[in-house]
Design a protein around this ligand. Sequence first.
Ligand SMILES: NC(=O)c1ccc[n+]([C@@H]2O[C@H](COP(=O)([O-])OP(=O)(O)OC[C@H]3O[C@@H](n4cnc5c(N)ncnc54)[C@H](OP(=O)(O)O)[C@@H]3O)[C@@H](O)[C@H]2O)c1
Length: 291
Amino acid sequence: MKILLTGANGQLGSCLQDLAKNSSLFTVIATDYQDLDITNQQAVIDFVDNTKPDIIVNAAAHTAVDKAQSEVELATAINANGPEYLAKAANIAAIPMIHVSTDYVFDGTATRPYLPNHPAKPLGVYGETKWQGEQAVRNTLAEHIIIRTAWVFSEYGNNFVKTMLRLAAEREELGVIADQYGCPTYAGDLAAAILHCCEQINAGNSAWGSYHHCGDLPSSWHGFTRAILAEGLAQGKLSKVAVLKAIKTEDYPLPAPRPAYSVMDCASMLKAWGVGASDWRSSLIKVVSLL
Ligand SMILES: NC(=O)c1ccc[n+]([C@@H]2O[C@H](COP(=O)([O-])OP(=O)(O)OC[C@H]3O[C@@H](n4cnc5c(N)ncnc54)[C@H](OP(=O)(O)O)[C@@H]3O)[C@@H](O)[C@H]2O)c1
């Protein structure tokens, strides 16, 4: 099965390449910005026509949540127009597409885990443009899977785990937000989920639609940090750690507003595709060991 992977050098893209290498079923055409700019419609259509993939997996995105507030045009091009062009190209080639989206399409006012069909109400530009991208995929291509994920970490790129390990070593005291709740997700678990869907599609499963895949246990950023620092100490990656303090969202003003509660329900993904939520605590042990 030939997969056209966009955003191949990002966290998800890198993990997906690693996993696909160990499978005889998949050939990955790995592309990043330099090989295929998803904001160039004609380039996308030509690339798909020339390489003839069996499926497109879109892991490309503008993921800098705060920067997006002042880069509306760029975020719209990458998060909204890019997915639309990929879906158009998939439509022309009569192939399916797996697109990845975010918990930040929700406003965070729910009191129980969000179901995939819960009304979206993004708070910031990142969430808004990702929502536009989702809608473009839905409206353009019937054979799609949209997988929303959250709080992604991995051994690759810049992410919260790496930042907290660095700051804990540098500082005496570390204040981390304790009133925003979400589900940390290992990019490798998401990559495995996507490859499992590809395998299922290859075998004839056609449960197209929108799903959630994220960590199985909600946490606050503060709780997540506590787990990261404990693992850093346990594995000898930290010789000393900063004193961890719980702070409120209002104590740490950022350009983009975030949902206070973006916990997502992953049950439908298990039912339709046989993929369970990410065991992020086990994956955190692995990631810390690789750093
Ligand atoms: N990271 C999170 O916490 C998080 C949370 C929820 C949902 N998600 C979603 O999960 C997916 C994967 O996220 P990730 O963390 O793996 O993202 P990432 O590490 O930021 O990777 C995104 C990749 O897309 C590439 N890219 C940017 N613009 C492009 C363009 N015009 N054409 C082609 N490639 C382009 C980037 O290249 P450059 O680096 O060269 O720009 C980068 O390699 C995304 O859909 C994201 O929205 C992520």
